[in-house]
Design a protein around this ligand. Structure first.
Ligand code: DOR
Length: 432
């Protein structure tokens, strides 16, 4: 924990409606003074950063990452995944339970915290699984895992197809207040699918998954949330139909929140033809009309948060071809410039709205005390140059895996430095 003084920046704290040029002081790892609040500090030993012309935001939160430890350390570890997060401007990440073993007991939640305390560059908040071993036939001890620090529950990667189990999970959510984070694909409809069902899948002769696979489960889970009063969070929304169902659910007062990932609002399924397995993920890339609907959903608040679904896989695994390669792409180091290039620059979101979707909003959904620059909050700060133009350079990545479709892309608006509890994190290595 350190002291830090950031001067001349555009301080942007959506949770407190702050957007003004000024200074920010972190003492002993916590926000001690923000422009104009009380007596100005006299920093003597603090690190001083000049943020003139830069946005000074609360440390970003990625509410959906796969850190792969334990069990898949050849793809990523808590150390390397959080190093990549820090490079990408994130100070907190929430990690999924589809590890080996699956995170499905209170002891395993504690183990994630223990490893993170030893090795992580950012704060780490684990999810527990909804069903034991992700098999979908028996609920986990969610009450126990919640007491051990789980911030929500998810079988991400697979859908809980048993509606009665989902009802029971959402009933417990209504009692205890945690979110149930749902992966929405009807697995009978997407059986064997490696991409979206449409013109491109037909052209390539690949099995495609229809939008209906997602829409059916989103509709079901919104009904179950309505019935039980539980908090449903829809992960990685990819279809126009899902956006509309979530919008209608919100209008009816259902406790439903949602996130969208950059690849789902930047790329269409045509990318599969160009990028092969680096454009293979679940749910799959869809069409321009789905992208338009997701952007409208982000704009009107139907989609609350932006998350990456950072899903590292090795080059050998991704080289297996479209039929056999695993699903997913990395995302932590490219999220901020994709947000600025594709959402802020074209005017879909203001800077403040974009920051809120990566700070205070995910913090509220997860119930964690992060995502603001309030005095007394953790001294987590992300500084962004909204005009900086840079290329995505995978040779500088700190993730163990580089399975991104954005390699070499020129993007506009990048994180420039990041502090966690007042300490600089996410320093990139020189090019290999
Ligand atoms: O593409 C994906 N990859 N989607 C998921 O939901 C899971 C993830 C993974 O674990 O690789």
């Amino acid at each position: 924990m350190s002291d830090a003084f950031i001067t001349n920046g555009r301080i942007m704290d959506p949770a407190n409606n702050i957007d003004e040029v000024g200074a920010l002081f972190i003492a002993n790892g916590r926000i001690a003074w923000v422009n104009g609040s009380g007596k100005p500090p006299e920093p003597q030993t603090a690190d001083v950063y000049n943020a003139a012309g830069l946005v000074v935001a609360p440390g970003l939160i990625d509410m959906h990452v796969h850190l792969r430890e334990p069990g898949f350390e050849h793809k990523e570890t808590i150390a390397t995944g959080t190093a990549a997060a820090a490079v990408g401007g994130f100070t907190s990440v929430a990690c999924m339970a589809n590890t080996l073993p699956v995170i499905d007991t209170p002891e395993k939640i504690e183990q994630i915290y223990d490893i993170a305390n030893e090795t992580a560059e950012t704060s780490v908040f684990p999810f527990g699984s909804i069903t034991k071993n992700l098999v979908g036939d028996e609920l986990t001890d969610m009450r126990g895992m919640y007491s051990a620090g789980a911030v929500g529950f998810s079988d991400d990667g697979v859908t809980v197809m048993n509606s009665a189990l989902m009802r029971d999970a959402l009933t417990l959510s209504a009692e205890l207040g945690f979110p149930i984070m749902v992966h929405c694909e009807e697995h009978n409809l997407n059986a064997g699918a490696v991409m979206n069902l449409g013109e491109t899948s037909r052209k390539l002769g690949l099995i495609g998954s229809p939008n209906a696979a997602e829409d059916i489960i989103v509709a079901r889970d919104i009904m179950l949330a309505e019935m039980t009063g539980g908090h449903l969070h829809v992960l990685h929304v990819s279809t126009a139909g899902a956006v509309e169902l979530i919008r209608q659910g919100k209008h009816r007062g259902v406790h439903v929140t949602a996130e969208a990932c950059p690849h789902h609002w930047v790329l269409t399924d045509k990318e599969v033809e160009k990028q092969g397995t680096n454009a293979r993920m679940h749910p799959p890339l869809r069409t321009q009309s789905d992208i338009d609907a997701i952007i409208e959903g982000l704009r009107d608040g139907t989609i609350d948060a932006i998350a990456t679904d950072h899903a590292p896989h090795t080059p050998q695994e991704k080289a297996q071809g479209m039929l056999d390669a695993p699903n997913g792409i990395t995302g932590l180091e490219t999220c901020v410039p994709l947000v600025f290039t594709y959402l802020v620059r074209p005017g879909h979101l203001t800077v403040s709205e974009a920051i809120a979707k990566m700070t205070s909003i995910p913090a509220n959904i997860l119930g964690i005390d992060r995502g603001t620059l309030s005095v007394g909050a953790a001294g987590d700060v992300t500084v962004i140059d909204t005009d900086l133009v840079n290329q995505v350079d995978v040779t500088k990545s700190r993730s163990k895996s580089q399975n991104t479709p954005f390699a070499g892309w020129e993007l506009n608006g990048w994180q420039t430095f990041t502090l966690r509890e007042g300490n600089r994190i996410g320093v990139r290595p020189r090019s290999r």
